[in-house]
Write a protein that binds this ligand. Structure first.
Ligand SMILES: Nc1ncnc2c1ncn2[C@@H]1O[C@H](COP(=O)(O)OP(=O)(O)OP(=O)(O)O)[C@@H](O)[C@H]1O
Ligand SMILES: [Mg+2]
Length: 333
């Protein structure tokens, strides 16, 4: 099956205070129709930058240096603004990372939703209020239908977030939804509602979803396939079961072991210290090597490439022979 989205060797940099830093280092990923793909990784690994590069929504100090961004076969990088305007919001919906800032506090919610739907609904539906009513029913928000003439502060954060998912995923009827940490700021009950909603939308509408999160439990509940991103690189990719049952990259393993209630039959990875390092632009080795408990000489010398591994791909010099299966952590680190 042809992928809906095929991102190939995307490289994106930011310029700040006269220096250029690479946020996304040549990453590739694909999304098939109706598939839910997770992108996980710590804060600063480049997840949002990758998605915003696809949508052409980067700030002015950012630059996509190279890569192909094929959506339904069209390269969005070279397609020009007119094409991007028809794709953005209409064919690829976005639930942004900070939803509260998506609503203007001084405009009634119904007016804002109407405006978004007029912008994003490709079929030019004329009865917008009927579209809104249908949308609210579909996402289980009929209860707020009578209150849409209120201002945003009169709704709960969870209601606003569900309204945004509703507009982006249902009202606009896209083929693909980018959900960038849609549950991070919400309490667990509301987060669970949003996850259920996304899953239902996939099942009912065949919507493909890219779900960005650092919460691996949500990823396990929702996704078919997972990409693990670290410091601007994809370090592992696989179907959700193989990522959770047989993580191959030490970073993936550390992320999994950081889930408090997780039962780990394997020897637990030492808790990951530090953060996504500020890498030199001309790094020589694996980005994760400075934090990796099983790194050896080559890890500091050569950048590992993503290579096929059972059920997916992994970029680790120590796979499959070194440090795997677990139990042979080197003594001399
Ligand atoms: N507007 C910007 N200007 C300069 N650097 C930026 C900008 N936005 C992001 N960056 C840098 O790019 C890198 C990747 O950031 P990005 O926001 O894509 O990460 P993320 O994986 O989405 O993190 P989070 O989980 O916190 O959302 C980080 O080092 C970040 O500091
Ligand atoms: Mg982000």
């Amino acid at each position: 099956m042809e992928p809906l989205l095929k991102v190939d060797s995307l490289r994106t940099t930011y310029r700040r205070q006269g220096r250029t830093r690479t946020a996304v280092r040549g990453v590739s990923f694909v999304v098939h129709p109706g598939e839910v793909v997770g992108i996980v990784g710590e804060s600063g690994s480049g997840k949002s930058t990758a998605l915003m590069s696809v949508l052409g929504l980067l700030p002015p100090n950012a630059q996509v240096l190279s890569g192909r961004l094929l959506f339904n076969g069209t390269d969005l990088r070279t397609a020009g603004d007119a094409v991007l305007r028809t794709v953005r919001g209409r064919q690829i919906g976005l639930v942004p990372q900070r939803p509260m800032t998506s609503f203007s506090p001084v405009t009634r919610v119904r007016r804002q939703i109407r405006r978004l739907l007029r912008q994003h609904r490709a079929d030019g539906a004329t009865d917008i209020d009927a579209v809104i009513a249908d949308m609210l029913r579909r996402v289980g928000l009929d209860g707020v239908a009578g209150r849409l003439d209120n201002y945003p502060h009169q709704f709960s954060g969870g209601q606003l977030q569900r309204l945004l998912v509703a507009v982006a995923a249902v009202g606009a009827r896209p083929q693909l939804l980018f959900a960038d940490e849609p549950t991070t700021t919400l309490d667990p009950t509301v987060a669970a509602q949003i996850l259920r909603l996304l899953r239902d939308l996939r099942d009912e509408l065949g919507l493909a979803i890219v779900f960005v999160s650092h919460d691996l439990r949500s990823v396990a509940q929702l996704c078919d396939r997972v990409y693990v991103m670290y410091a601007g690189d994809m370090v592992e990719e696989g179907d959700v079961r193989s990522i959770f049952d047989q993580p191959r990259h030490p970073y993936t393993r550390a992320l999994l072991d950081a889930i408090p209630s997780r039962h780990t039959p394997r020897e637990p990875m030492p808790v990951l210290a530090g953060s996504v390092s500020s890498l030199p632009e001309d790094r020589r080795g694996c980005s994760f090597a400075p934090r990796c408990p099983i790194a050896v000489g080559v890890c500091h010398e050569a950048v590992p490439h993503l290579l096929p591994a059972a059920g997916g791909r992994v970029a680790c010099h120590r796979y499959p022979d070194g440090g795997w299966p677990p139990g042979d952590l080197p003594e001399d680190r």
